[in-house]
Write a protein that binds this ligand. Structure first.
Ligand code: ZN
Length: 203
């Protein structure tokens, strides 16, 4: 006997939802049915917000954080920030956790990942050359490395310290205590604040 299934449209919707992080088959099914059953405008608003975000958001041409319609992001656009300190993070998602600590008022530089020879991530795949360029442009006296405390984060920090060795900047890194490989968004504000305040020079 052939088992009945949802119409193809619903199956497709479930398939797409299942691809989201943290959404299993059961949740995907529940979400799909919820979206279809609601009598409000919400599912269409959701679809529209998704389209608008995908089409309208891109990386800031200077630091790599998210920007909207402007060429620069809210951090690069802001006046009154300390131009002499540059905080290097792996992902755009690492910027706001640092902002929320209120312990940093400089600028950011998003690498777009970390060096990983095993996964084939080489220096040219990251925004490393742009970092050196920004430092060479002048005005930066400290580069803070806010990278993961795992082997790949260490390797990336070492690489950056080496490539900036000839520049007149101090390279520091966050004090230990960040979740290894978890990224900054996993750390709570107080831990991050302390890690920032207790940063030390990279040799
Ligand atoms: Zn920016």
């Amino acid at each position: 006997m052939q088992r009945a299934e949802y119409p193809e449209e619903i199956q497709n919707l479930i398939q797409q939802l299942k691809r989201l992080p943290g959404v299993g088959p059961r949740s995907a099914e529940r979400l799909a049915l919820h979206l279809l059953s609601t009598r409000t405008q919400h599912p269409l608003d959701l679809a529209q917000a998704l389209m608008a975000a995908i089409q309208g958001v891109g990386p800031c041409s200077r630091c790599g954080f998210y920007r909207g319609v402007r060429a620069l992001c809210a951090v690069c656009d802001a006046v009154g920030r300390d131009e002499s300190v540059l905080c290097v993070v792996e992902q755009p998602a690492d910027v706001l956790p640092l902002e929320r600590t209120k312990g940093f008022n400089g600028r950011y530089h998003v690498l777009g990942g970390r060096l990983s020879p095993l996964s084939g991530v080489q220096p040219e795949h990251l925004r490393l050359a742009l970092l050196t360029e920004r430092v060479r442009a002048g005005g930066v006296s400290e580069v803070i490395l806010a990278l993961s405390a795992d082997v790949e984060g260490e390797a990336t920090a070492h690489f950056i310290a080496q490539s900036l060795a000839a520049e007149p900047v101090t390279v520091t890194r966050l004090a230990q205590g960040l979740p290894a490989g978890g990224g900054l968004e996993q750390a709570d504000e107080l831990t991050l604040f302390r890690a920032l305040a207790g940063r030390c020079a990279v040799r």
